[in-house]
Design a protein around this ligand. Sequence first.
Ligand SMILES: Nc1ncnc2c1ncn2[C@@H]1O[C@H](COP(=O)(O)OP(=O)(O)O)[C@@H](O)[C@H]1O
Ligand SMILES: N[C@@H](CCC(=O)OP(=O)(O)O)C(=O)O
Length: 380
Amino acid sequence: MRQNFLKRVRRAVIKIGSNVISDDTGLLLPRIAVICDEVCRLRAQGLEVILVSSGAVSAGKGVLGISGRPQTIPLKQAAAAIGQPRLMRAYKEGFQAHGYLAAQILLTRDDLANRRRYLNARNTLVTLLDFGVTPIINENDTVVVEEIRFGDNDNLSAMVTSLLEVDLLVILSDVDGLYDRNPQEHPEARLIPLVERVTDQIQAMAGGEGSVLGTGGMASKVKAARRASLNGIGTLIINGRTPQTLGRAFAGEEIGTYFLPARDRMAAKKHWIAFTKKPRGKVFVDDGARRALLENGKSLLPSGITGVEGRFERGDSVRLCDPAGNEFAKGVIGYNLTELLRIMGKKTSEIEASLGYKYGDEVIHRDNLVISSASETDED
Ligand SMILES: Nc1ncnc2c1ncn2[C@@H]1O[C@H](COP(=O)(O)OP(=O)(O)O)[C@@H](O)[C@H]1O
Ligand SMILES: N[C@@H](CCC(=O)OP(=O)(O)O)C(=O)O
């Protein structure tokens, strides 16, 4: 089954973890060269590849002689500033050896959360691919602050699958795939070859925190697979330390863990609202409004709003909370905070009189609303 599907893959995002291409001393240049060989072989067979590569921080900290995880954000950012060009040089040389070009793209979450910049990033990527150049994406670690972070590159790679038309997400890790428990602690752990749906049980198997070099551990890979799946894209987690895994996987060998795409994929815009846009505030609604949204598929009107929290502009994403404060949806808001404070609790016919203008009857239009249970928008 996998074989048939992989034959049809024309464009893939391949994410490479820090633990695959670096160790505590810095970059493992021979391993990067081997990965470039494999990617170029796939390129020559007609596959378009977008790489998402970690490794800037570990490359830089190796140069600075820091052992273990950099302890402060400035230290991490300095390490990334030193490491990123070294990382790119390794890729550039690896691709050049096969006559191919690589290009660097550094992104923050804000770049994808803002529609104009999102389209801009997409156009750049498409243009590079049209020229046969392989884009290599990393988080823009040196400038990123908490509010605009992807958090980890597993998450970033899942978001890239919704930025472009992509058929598959491949995550190269330092383990053979997802096991039923952490294989480093439990030698008897068994590899799970196929995940049909990421349930809470599957997520729990992946455990919590990452390693010294890695950021999110297996948990963030499974989360990324779920996000890609809801976008209609399958994810393959394989071992990037073992030579030839990429070639073998694309030849249809049943290695690693394959996560099937969801049967009921989310619309692209809803996926973007659910996972890419970071909520800037909360809007509290009464029970009637909550039911209208959850049970009757209605838009949010000002009359059902009982309170607001945070600082948001028109077009930002907000969390919708019930009277008990529990989040039940996310949505893109049609009015800013000041406007909302003036119209909340009022009838739609009173909007214009209260503001002197109106954008529309809805504070959040149904098309810009994602219900949490359906989207599993449980975290950012
Ligand atoms: N159920 C599991 N299956 C596989 N790996 C697991 C599991 N639970 C925890 N892990 C850990 O996740 C690690 C991979 O994540 P991470 O260190 O962040 O790597 P990367 O640098 O590739 O992102 C594995 O080496 C393993 O220790
Ligand atoms: N942007 C960081 C990588 C962060 C990250 O997610 O690392 P990893 O868990 O190894 O994929 C870097 O280049 O060092």
